[in-house]
Ligand binder design. Structure first.
Ligand SMILES: Cc1cn([C@H]2C[C@H](O)[C@@H](COP(=O)(O)OP(=O)(O)OP(=O)(O)O)O2)c(=O)[nH]c1=O
Length: 209
């Protein structure tokens, strides 16, 4: 068991995070993995068919991001890498709410979310460039947002925090004070469910603990 683990982590030379998200970078860093971690985002088309379920959307987009980074890396990846991609969406009344287009869109989104429950889905995908093996999974967390005064929504949007975040808020920042409670993994909301990621890494013989 111990020997096979050493052998396998040797063949996976590095973990590559296919993400430009500073949150995802910090979360992976917080695991203190023993193998090198490279950050290599790639441009990915995030369009999906309208009939896809939220879980399918986030898993497929995570895979797309990981595969695109695998293509970027191809020529220099002789020893093999484990590439990790992720995607987060907010779902309200069956509608997917991504990142806001502009200030007005962020205000409109938060006006819809306030005082209500919504779901946050994050998909995680792993691509082993050596074996070609791929794995995708997701987690969902329910979030109850406090009822919010329109003035508070405007002031929050003017902090700039919502602009690069699905659902127009960040639970890990000032947005923490907008949330009454959650049910599910906190890290799913921030953009990378770490308990799920560690289970997936274990499938590739990479141990966090
Ligand atoms: C709901 C919520 C989302 N988010 C973020 C997580 C994701 O970074 C972002 C959703 O956009 P994504 O498209 O999932 O990710 P990204 O474009 O930021 O990064 P990349 O595709 O390069 O990996 O919203 C928070 O940081 N906090 C929150 O509370």
């Amino acid at each position: 068991m111990g020997q096979s683990r050493i052998h396998s982590t040797e063949h996976l030379r590095q973990l590559v995070l296919a993400s430009s998200s500073p949150r995802r970078r910090e979360l992976v860093a917080s695991l203190g993995l023993s193998l090198p971690v490279l950050i290599l985002p790639s441009d990915t088309d995030e369009g999906t068919p309208p009939d896809w379920q939220p879980s399918e959307v986030v898993e497929q987009l995570g895979l797309r991001k990981a595969r695109a980074t695998a293509r970027l890396l191809a020529a220099e990846d002789r020893a093999g890498s484990l590439i990790v991609g992720a995607d987060t969406i907010v779902v309200l009344d069956g509608e997917i709410l991504g990142k806001p287009q502009d200030r007005a869109d962020a205000i409109a989104t938060l006006t819809r979310l306030q005082g209500r429950r919504h779901r946050v889905y994050t998909g995680v995908a792993c691509v082993d460039t050596r074996s070609g093996r791929e794995l995708a999974a997701h987690r969902m967390t329910e979030v109850l947002m406090k009822p919010l005064d329109p003035m508070i929504i405007e002031r929050y949007v003017d902090t700039g925090e919502p602009m690069d975040k699905a659902g127009s808020y960040g639970i890990q920042g000032r947005g923490s004070v907008l949330v009454e409670r959650i049910e599910g993994c906190y890290f799913t909301v921030v953009g990378l469910p770490l308990a799920l990621l560690s289970d997936m890494l274990a499938e590739f013989e990479i141990a966090v603990i």
